[in-house]
Design a protein around this ligand. Structure first.
Ligand SMILES: Nc1ncnc2c1ncn2[C@@H]1O[C@H](COP(=O)(O)OP(=O)(O)OP(=O)(O)O)[C@@H](O)[C@H]1O
Length: 597
């Protein structure tokens, strides 16, 4: 992995992009060669104009006869060179961007949970919609241009010296002025570009949150507020772009003025030399043409320089992601475990999300193999955190978690995550078909297995009634399905993963009684031959559990079977009674809703 680097300049940016550019070295070498072809063409065309003019003035038809086909040849080479430059530049630039963005994407997929927490999805999105494309300046045309500049300068200057050394000296005095102002403006542009890119990222966050929460926005009548926020940010962006344009404009005006002065002085002096017989008309034409090639790059410098600065500030943003240590070297893959009854042991586990407030302090927990364990407790007690730690989404600061006597620290990410099938409270499905969503569970799932799992989860009949059956699109995040249907899809997905340990979160408040009953039945079928941890909200689950763990503020305050702990004075009985007082006397069909307390 890349070490910690502070992006300060172009060199650092290139040190990151170097391997990607080397991978496309053929295209870059081609472009480098074409650069010399281009310089050769520039000199040849100028030479051609001068000689053709002199030949015409002096009626040298013999010379003109072979100059004309030579001119045609130069045009042909120029056309071929333009075509190849366009092609190779696209191959190089897009090739580097394709490979680099794939690596950035892979890196984000491998970021540890604690680093994902602090990132906005819109901000991450901006790396791909904005930052990667802004790298064009440093890997594409600006790079070629800036490499070409010194070469063309030297080549043209040597040619000019041969025509008239006095004129040549006059014509290059502008170069150092342009260089110095380029550095100063470059610095200012980079600062401005950084602000623009940060703002674009913030706008992405706003857009992302707006579109994903559109119904909440409508329900709370937040449209005006959101719209005003968007308009303000857009205005801010406009102001920054304007500032950027002014900077580029001044740089352009400066270099244009210096270039025009150079051109005019050369033209006046040159005309004087022609009238005094020192230069021929053809030589002056060659000279003026070449001076243009010195002047033109300087006027273009502002644009190229801005592109380069944009790239560097884009890379600064991407680098903040790249410098975070990832949790594994490669992307994890599902491993097939044979059915096994797993014992889980938390020993002196201390954990904090933010490094300050401890969720677990020297936490101890032992889950016997093959049992159904219900976890109950107040909201914020640490139940979900327990699931996060088990699956290795977060690592404990101290202590150990062992599964069948093996520490999770010794497991690879693939090994650890393949041990669990998780049905979470908030069901996340992906855009695509029912089949695609179910097949995500494990590679190589057959249709027969898929139908079996969907039948157990009680969703097969519903799926077959859809217009395209298993090939029906379910919309973004499964939006075309109801809450209960989504949950049963998640159960089918967990069944197909067929992992040794089940983690269930009974968040069924959104379901009607009949759906809840079906979901519950489907979940029960998941429980055989495995160790199961259920964050329990239903009395039936709690009563049927082999073991109940009652959690409070990151500690297990009571444990045992329902009949045992209901007799004890403590949180469990309080929760149970409160449920009864709510007017819903506990029975098998009612929710053991710990959240209401
Ligand atoms: N990503 C996070 N970053 C910081 N703190 C967090 C994060 N997730 C949870 N917490 C905090 O950790 C504590 C335990 O949260 P956890 O989600 O494990 O509780 P829970 O028992 O599952 O609650 P609930 O029943 O409401 O889902 C809470 O104080 C919560 O605010």
């Amino acid at each position: 992995m890349m070490g910690r680097l502070a992006i300060k300049d172009v060199r650092t940016t290139y040190s990151i992009l170097k391997p990607y550019m080397i991978a496309h070295r053929k295209a870059y070498m081609g472009l480098f060669l074409l650069l010399f072809v281009d310089i050769g063409l520039t000199l040849s065309f100028s030479w051609f104009f001068g000689h053709l003019t002199d030949a015409a003035i002096h009626s040298h038809f013999g010379l003109m006869k072979w100059l004309v086909p030579l001119g045609a040849l130069l045009v042909a080479v120029s056309i071929a060179s333009t075509y190849l430059t366009t092609l190779w530049e696209t191959i190089a630039t897009n090739g580097v961007k394709r490979d680099f963005s794939a690596d950035v994407f892979k890196h984000i997929l491998q970021l540890p949970g604690k680093h994902i927490d602090g990132k906005h999805s819109g901000d991450l999105l901006a790396h791909f919609t904005n930052d990667i494309h802004n790298l064009d300046g440093i890997i594409g045309s600006s790079l070629i241009y800036l490499i070409k500049l010194p070469f063309i300068y030297v080549a043209v200057f040597i040619y000019l010296l041969q025509i008239s050394w006095k004129l040549a000296l006059v014509s290059v005095f502008v170069a150092p002025v342009a260089m110095v102002s380029g550095v100063v403006f470059g610095f200012m542009l980079r600062k401005n570009n950084r602000l623009i890119q940060d703002l674009v990222a913030r706008m992405n966050v706003l857009l992302n949150e707006t579109f994903s929460g559109l119904f909440v926005i409508r329900s709370f009548l937040m449209e005006k507020f959101i719209f005003a926020k968007y308009v303000n940010r857009n205005q801010e962006l406009y102001a920054l772009e304007l500032q950027n344009a002014k900077l580029r404009g001044w740089f352009y005006v400066g270099s244009q003025a210096a270039a025009s002065v150079t051109f005019l002085i050369s033209l006046c002096l040159g005309s004087y030399y022609v009238s005094s017989g020192v230069l021929t008309v053809g030589a002056l034409l060659t000279f003026i043409n070449l001076v243009n090639h010195l002047v033109y790059p300087l006027t273009e410098l502002a644009g190229q320089w801005a592109g380069l600065q944009k790239s560097i500030s884009a890379m600064e943003r991407i680098f903040k992601i790249l410098e975070i240590e990832i949790e594994s070297d490669s992307l994890p893959e599902a491993i097939a475990y044979k059915p096994m009854l797993s014992a889980i042991h938390f020993k002196d586990v201390s954990f904090s999300y933010d490094g300050q407030k401890l969720v677990f302090d020297q936490f101890h927990m032992q889950i016997p193999p093959g049992k159904i364990v219900a976890i109950v407790g107040l909201s914020g007690a640490g139940k979900s955190t327990l699931f996060h730690l088990l699956q290795g989404f977060y690592l404990p600061q101290s202590g150990s978690i062992t599964i069948n006597g093996r520490s999770t620290a010794a497991l690879t990410v693939s090994e650890q995550r393949s041990l669990f099938a998780h049905v979470s409270q908030e069901t996340v499905l992906f855009s695509g078909t029912v089949r695609e969503n179910l097949q995500l569970a494990k590679p190589g799932i057959t249709d027969a297995q898929m139908i079996q799992a969907a039948s157990i989860a009680g969703i097969h009949t519903f799926i077959t009634a859809l217009p395209n059956g298993y090939d029906t699109e379910i919309g973004e995040r499964g939006s075309r399905l109801s809450g209960g249907q989504r949950q049963r899809m998640a159960i089918a997905r967990a069944l197909l993963k067929d992992a040794p340990i089940l983690l269930l979160d009974e968040g069924t408040s959104a379901l009607d009684s009949e759906t809840e009953y079906h979901v519950q039945k489907a979940m029960e079928k998941l429980l055989h031959n495995r160790t199961t941890l259920v964050i329990a909200h239903r009395l039936s689950t709690v009563q049927n559990a082999d073991l109940i763990l009652v959690m409070d503020e990151g500690k297990i305050v009571q444990m045992g079977r329902h009949e045992e702990i209901i007799r004890q004075e403590g949180l469990y009985r309080r929760l149970y009674r409160l449920q009864a007082e709510k007017g819903a006397p506990p029975s098998d069909d009612h929710s053991f809703d710990t959240r209401v307390v």
